[in-house]
Design a protein around this ligand. Structure first.
Ligand code: NAD
Ligand code: UD1
Length: 336
C-alpha cells in the first residue's frame, strides 16, 4: 500500500514507519518538525534499510499539503500529526484546537478531493474521562478534562460525521493507552522537550543523572500499593497495531474505535521496581501529593483489537523498561 503518514518523524510515527517499511509498504511522511528532529529520517533509513519519501510540510498549509496528494497515489493515511502536551493545551487552547482540529479538516478535505478514504487516526484513552471504570471498553460514554483531550474527542466526532456524509470512508480511531519504550536498537525513542510530564521519560532522566529524583504523584489511591495504575504499552507493539489497523480498514467501510493497550494495569511503584530490576539502576523517589486531573486506575479492555485486528501487545513491562533505558543511556540528550 502507499501510505501517507502525518507526524511520521514523531515518537510513535517513527516506530510505525519502521514496521510498515519492514512489510514493504511505500511510505510518504509529512511532518513540520514542530516536535521532532530531521535526524530521525536517516535513523529510520538506517534501522529499516529501506527508502521512503519525506515532505517537510505543515498539515495546516493546504496548498503545500495538496502537492503531496498531487504527486503521490495514496491508498491510506495514518494521521499522527498533532500537539500532545496536556498542560500546554490548558495554557494554549487556541493553538491546540487550531493545530489539531483545523489540520484534520484540511487533511479530510484533500482526502475527499483525491478520493483517499482510508484513515487511521491517533486518538487517546484520555477520551474516557474521569468517571468510567476500568477495564475500559470502546462503547463507554466519552468526556474530557482538558483542551488536548477535547481535540481528540472532537476529531473522533468529525471522522464519524465524515463517514455519515460519505459511506465510502473507512476509519480506525485508535485509542492509545500509555506508550513507553523505544526501538530495540536504541537509536530512536521519545525525546520530550524540557522537564518530562510523563512517567517513563522522567524515570530515565533520573537514571541518566539529569534529574535528582522522581516525585510519585499520590500514594493514597485505592490501588494495590496506593500509587496510580496505568496500562503501559511498548511503542513497537503500538506501531504493529497500526500496521494491522491500516490493513484491516483497506477492504471495508465504516468507523471503528479500537483500544490499543496491553489490557493490564501497573502502578507507578511497579514501573519503578521493574525499571530498577531490569536495568540494575536505583531510582531515588519521594511520595508527593496527587497531580490534579489524575485518576487512580486506567487500563484497557483490549479484546476488540484482538478480535478485529488479530493484534495484542506482546512485550512485557521489563522489555519496556529495558528499551526505554537503552535509548536514554545511548542518547542522554535525546536527538540533539
Ligand atoms: P510526537 O509529538 O512525537 O509526534 C507528533 C508529530 O507530529 C511530530 O513529529 C510533530 O512535528 C508533528 N506535527 C505536529 N503538528 C503538525 C502539523 N501541523 N503539521 C505537520 N506535522 C505536525 O507525538 P507522539 O507521541 O508520536 O504522538 C503521535 C500522536 O498520538 C499524536 O496525535 C498524539 O496526540 C497521539 N497520542 C500520543 C500519546 C502518547 O502518549 N505519546 C498517547 C495518546 C495519543
Ligand atoms: C498523560 C495524560 C494523557 C495522555 C498520556 C500520554 C494527564 C493528566 N494525562 O496520561 O492525556 O494521553 O499522558 O501518555 O496528563 N507520575 C508520577 N510522577 C511523574 C509523572 C507521572 O508519579 O513524574 C504518575 C502519574 O500520576 C500517573 C502515572 O505516573 O499515575 C502515569 O503518568 P503519565 O505518564 O503522565 O501518563 P497519564 O497521566 O496516564
Amino acid at each position: 500500500m502507499n501510505i501517507l503518514v502525518t507526524g511520521g518523524t514523531g515518537y510513535i510515527g517513527s516506530h510505525t514507519v519502521i514496521e510498515l517499511l519492514k512489510l514493504d509498504h511505500n511510505i510518504i511522511i509529512a511532518d513540520n518538525f514542530s516536535n521532532s528532529k530531521p535526524g530521525v529520517l536517516n535513523l529510520i533509513r538506517e534501522i529499516s534499510g529501506k527508502e521512503f519519501k519525506f515532505y517537510q510540510v505543515d498539515i495546516l498549509d493546504r496548498e503545500n499539503l495538496e502537492k503531496v496528494f498531487i504527486n503521490n497515489s495514496i491508498d491510506a493515511v495514518i494521521h499522527f500529526a498533532g500537539l500532545k502536551a496536556v498542560g500546554e493545551s490548558v495554557a494554549m487552547p487556541v493553538a491546540y484546537y487550531h493545530n489539531n482540529i483545523t489540520s484534520t479538516l484540511v487533511l479530510c478535505d484533500l482526502m475527499n478531493k483525491y478520493d483517499v478514504k482510508n484513515m487511521v487516526f491517533s486518538s487517546s484513552a484520555t477520551v474516557y474521562g474521569m468517571n468510567n471504570i476500568s477495564p475500559l471498553t470502546e462503547d463507554l460514554p466519552l468526556s474530557t478534562t482538558n483542551p488536548y483531550g477535547s481535540t481528540k474527542m472532537m476529531i473522533e466526532q468529525i471522522l464519524q460525521d465524515v463517514y455519515i456524509s460519505d459511506n465510502g470512508w473507512s476509519t480506525a480511531l485508535l485509542r492509545y493507552f500509555n506508550p513507553i519504550g523505544a526501538h530495540e536498537s536504541g537509536k530512536i525513542g521519545e525525546d520530550p522537550n524540557g522537564i518530562p510530564n510523563n512517567l517513563m521519560p522522567y524515570i530515565t532522566q533520573v537514571a541518566v543523572g539529569k534529574r535528582d529524583q522522581l516525585s510519585i504523584f499520590g500514594s493514597d489511591y485505592d490501588t494495590h500499593d496506593g500509587t496510580g495504575v496505568r496500562d503501559y504499552i511498548h511503542v513497537v507493539d503500538l506501531a504493529r497495531g497500526h500496521v494491522k489497523a491500516v490493513e484491516y480498514i483497506a477492504d471495508k467501510t465504516g468507523v471503528e474505535a479500537i483500544n490499543l493497550g496491553a489490557g493490564k494495569g501497573y502502578s507507578v511503584l511497579d514501573v519503578v521496581n521493574n525499571f530498577q530490576k531490569a536495568n540494575e539502576i536505583k531510582i531515588p523517589y519521594v511520595l508527593t501529593d496527587r497531580r490534579p486531573g489524575d485518576i487512580a486506575t486506567c487500563y484497557a479492555d483490549a479484546g476488540k483489537a484482538e478480535k478485529l485486528l488479530g493484534w495484542k501487545a506482546e512485550k512485557t513491562l521489563e522489555d519496556m523498561c529495558r528499551d526505554s533505558w537503552r535509548w536514554q543511556s545511548k542518547n542522554p540528550n535525546g536527538y540533539e
